[in-house]
Design a protein around this ligand. Structure first.
Ligand SMILES: Nc1ncnc2c1ncn2[C@@H]1O[C@H](COP(=O)(O)OP(=O)(O)O)[C@@H](O)[C@H]1O
Ligand SMILES: [Mg+2]
Length: 254
């Protein structure tokens, strides 16, 4: 078990945005968290990644408690995330964004850079190699030196995934990786997520569109009003009456 969340809650005043949620992610899995807008999905990620401090409950990663650790500490332990709205360095090129994503792995400081020490040279070479490889994986090999502002929405989403992957995380958290893009582009992002998992990264993703995760996730967790209302394989979830009613107001999801 890679990640374990126990009785996790986050209250904003009287609102229970996340309300006593338990779940886990096994090594090598793709786990999807789905639920209507406002059901607490992003808040749950914020609690895991340290962006928000839980009201109650625990988060464990590789057996160690990481509850309320600062975001940079959580990242350094190997949990990386993307945000629902893409947060890239717009004024920079693809290569720069990927290199920045790798910063958590490097130890080079100001003096190393100034004197171009052996460590600086080694880490520079490692970064260049890794970033080149990554740009191929995310399908931006031919856009290596392009500025972020010239990329399509979908390419920007792939870049955001690349930045998170740059530090070779053990667990990747993706918050609505296909929000705001069309069906064809969505299929490409799904393909990329599959490829990332095959390369050995465990993935937990949030999705609003239920259909998108049906062919992708090993396991699905359903939230509604901050509570976990169901958990199971895509097949189990698609036939679950509680989910169909809470999530879709009784409409068929096939
Ligand atoms: N920082 C915050 N302060 C107050 N309320 C918040 C905050 N963040 C989220 N919420 C509320 O918590 C609920 C869950 O939000 P969120 O986790 O973003 O839902 P989802 O990602 O499932 O759409 C919503 O009602 C939202 O308005
Ligand atoms: Mg959200």
């Amino acid at each position: 078990m890679l990640l374990k969340v126990e009785a996790l809650s986050k209250h904003f005043g009287g609102l229970k945005a996340v309300d006593g949620v338990d779940f886990h992610v096994n090594q090598g899995e793709i786990v999807a968290i789905i639920g209507p807008n406002g059901s607490g999905k992003s808040t749950l990620f914020n609690l895991i990644s340290g962006t928000l401090r839980p009201t109650t409950g625990k988060v464990l990663f590789q057996g160690d408690e990481i509850t309320a650790h600062k975001p940079y500490r959580v990242a350094a332990l190997g949990i990386k995330r993307t945000f629902q709205t893409t947060t890239l360095f717009d004024q920079l090129r693809v290569v720069d964004n990927l290199a920045i994503g790798r910063r958590v792995n490097t130890k080079t400081g100001f003096w190393d850079a100034l004197f171009r020490t052996a460590r600086w040279r080694r880490e520079r070479d490692e970064t260049v190699g890794k970033v080149l490889e990554l740009s191929g994986i995310i399908g931006l090999g031919d856009k290596f030196f392009d500025f972020v502002t010239t990329l399509s929405q979908e390419a920007q989403k792939r870049l955001a995934i690349g930045i998170a992957l740059a530090s070779e995380p053990g667990l990747l958290l993706l918050d609505e990786p296909t929000a705001g893009i069309n069906m064809e582009e969505t299929a490409e992002i799904i393909e990329l997520i599959r490829k990332v998992r095959e390369a050995g990264t465990t993935i937990c993703l949030i999705e609003h569109k239920m259909r998108m995760v049906m062919g992708l996730a090993d396991r699905i967790i359903v939230l509604n009003y901050g509570r976990k209302i169901a958990e199971g394989t895509p097949q189990e979830i698609s036939g679950n009456q509680v989910v169909i009613e809470a999530y879709l107001g009784g409409k068929s999801i096939a």
